[in-house]
Design a protein around this ligand. Sequence first.
Ligand code: GDP
Length: 297
Amino acid sequence: MAFEGLGERLQATMDRIKSKGKVTESDVKVMMREVRLALLEADVNFKVVKQFINQVKERALGSDVMQSLTPGQQVIKIVKEELTDLMGGDNQKINLANKPPTVIMMVGLQGAGKTTTAGKLALHLRKKFNKKPLLVAGDIYRPAAIDQLETVGKQIDIPVFNMGDQVKPQEIVTKAMSHAKEQHLDTVIIDTAGRLHIDEHLMNELKEIKDIAEPDEIMLVVDSMTGQDAVNVAETFNELLDITGVTLTKLDGDTRGGAALSIRSVTEKPIKFIGMSEKMDGLEAFHPDRMAQRILG
Ligand code: GDP
């Protein structure tokens, strides 16, 4: 399960301080050293850790906390609040257009979970908002990607717009937009190409698709198992495409969790969803406070 190591370490540290009727400055410092190590071990970005620790320390050492009746519990509360803040505070919803169609562009590296998440989102939007989505097969370089999207579409009974792999993605997207209009489909979800690494050709193609489709949501899909890499990928995609949201996949695996804790702070873009299984219903809205609670037990 995600966050296991981090959770255990933090809980042990918290338990030690919880019952203390009197907390000294040195108790807080020792505790912060433990929290710092736990976060670094969980692969949280070191700059993020530093800032986090400083913020908690400043608040925890305030006289109102130190002189309260339950200083241990106050410090724990501060850690929880700051963790929640670090992950973006409130849940951020997916952007929907005031006037249809809503256009969602899925981007990310190969294997991150783009195609799977495109299907999950289509299902989510139909269930929750009664939307009529169209899935667009825009990844022409990995032939299996088109078949995979077709399979996903069949599984959840959502139409897939597919022009094969001999037409440029820019043209596919242009045609898909008219097709959606003709068919009265109010949500267009575009699956785009991924690579193993970010390269210029891919980014130019994605920028052109962005100009054509004018998406309401550019959803970056990142694999939480890749730790710091996930954060670097998020930073680069954000610089080049100005993403609007992140879906963090594979949180059902034994990821150490660092990506969840760093991405928001590094990119200033919200994690909107998390992937909790390979299945089509395995998508959850991301709630920073619930995640903080889960980490702290
Ligand atoms: P793409 O190359 O970005 O389109 O990635 P895919 O959608 O093909 O996903 C790559 C692999 O990750 C597939 O085997 C998916 O079933 C799996 N996957 C995607 N999201 C999740 C998730 O949230 N949890 C788990 N356990 N597996 C996932």
